[in-house]
Design a protein around this ligand. Structure first.
Ligand SMILES: C[S@@+](CC[C@H](N)C(=O)[O-])C[C@H]1O[C@@H](n2cnc3c(N)ncnc32)[C@H](O)[C@@H]1O
Length: 263
């Protein structure tokens, strides 16, 4: 039986096989993308990559509660295949989220430069948690909104007034990548993890798709971003990563989060 609020050093399959069926409220998966960025991101062929991906998807699905949600990161190209697989498995499609990273992955000269990743949001049934008020964002057209606050705007015969908490969160997320944020004079210094996800992005997912006390699973934990966000927001986490170096890093990051919230 796995203990909650722990990061395990384990292969995702061994770890998932120990998770109780029907116990996870939210799964956030930021797996290998097959971009050859590291050993853990390198596969002999696309076929081998998708075999691995579909195998962990199959192992994960029974672990989710019936009203559970899952978010899967990948490239738009790989996500197209993963999306079809999830639909084939009977999961419910909710959103194809585009993460605009405010950063380029390369200097393409024969096509448009790649600066986005995809986050597939699926649920097991349609009774899932979705706290849309918890993830509102500031309105962008401030002068129009200021006017609307006073007089409202006529929409389909009804007066619409802006929500004081901001607009509903859309499917395109403009969030600066950690790589871009850390740049000094245009160069990214070596980071302790190659591909950490921005904390604010994982917090958004957790706020929208879980409630306090819920269990959030991440079996590709890396630097522990999911665990940190879960702790900060009063959720429980169950995480693993196969790389002992990253597990140590994640544990240190969790300790820092705990110190911040205890002091
Ligand atoms: C894209 S990174 C995750 C980064 C993480 N979201 C963060 O914010 O730091 C993917 C992680 O999956 C881990 N990984 C790769 N293959 C794995 C496997 N079979 N089982 C468990 N972890 C694996 C890698 O060590 C790597 O840290």
């Amino acid at each position: 039986m796995l203990e909650l609020n722990q990061i395990y050093q384990a292969d995702c399959f061994d770890f998932l096989n120990q998770v109780q069926d029907n116990s996870i409220h939210l799964a956030i998966l930021d797996p290998p993308y097959n971009l050859n960025k590291a050993d853990w991101d390198t596969f002999d062929s696309p076929d081998q990559f998708f075999k691995f991906t579909f195998r962990w998807v199959d192992t994960l699905i029974p672990k989710l509660k019936d009203n559970g949600s899952l978010y899967i990161f990948n490239t738009p190209h790989n996500s197209a295949y993963i999306m079809l697989y999830l639909k084939e498995k009977g999961l419910n499609f909710q959103n194809w989220i585009t993460w605009d990273k405010r950063d380029g992955l390369g200097g393409a000269k024969r096509r448009y430069s790649n600066g986005q990743e995809t986050i597939l949001f699926f649920t097991k049934n349609n009774n899932h948690t979705f706290n849309y008020n918890a993830v509102r964002l500031p309105y962008e057209s401030t002068s129009r909104i200021k006017h609307a606050e006073i007089k409202g705007i006529l929409k389909n015969g009804k007066r619409w007034y802006p929500n004081p908490e901001g607009k509903l969160c859309g499917e395109v997320w403009h969030i600066t990548s950690a790589r871009h944020k850390n740049k000094i004079n245009g160069k990214t210094p070596k980071m302790p993890h190659l591909t950490p996800k921005p904390l604010e992005m994982i917090e958004r997912i957790i706020l929208a798709s879980s409630n306090e006390g819920d269990i959030v699973l991440d079996c590709f934990a890396g630097s522990g971003t999911t665990a940190q966000a879960a702790l900060k927001l009063g959720r429980k986490f169950l995480c693993c990563d196969s790389n002992p170096k990253y597990v140590e890093l994640a544990k240190q990051n969790i300790k820092k989060t705990l110190n911040n919230y205890e002091s």
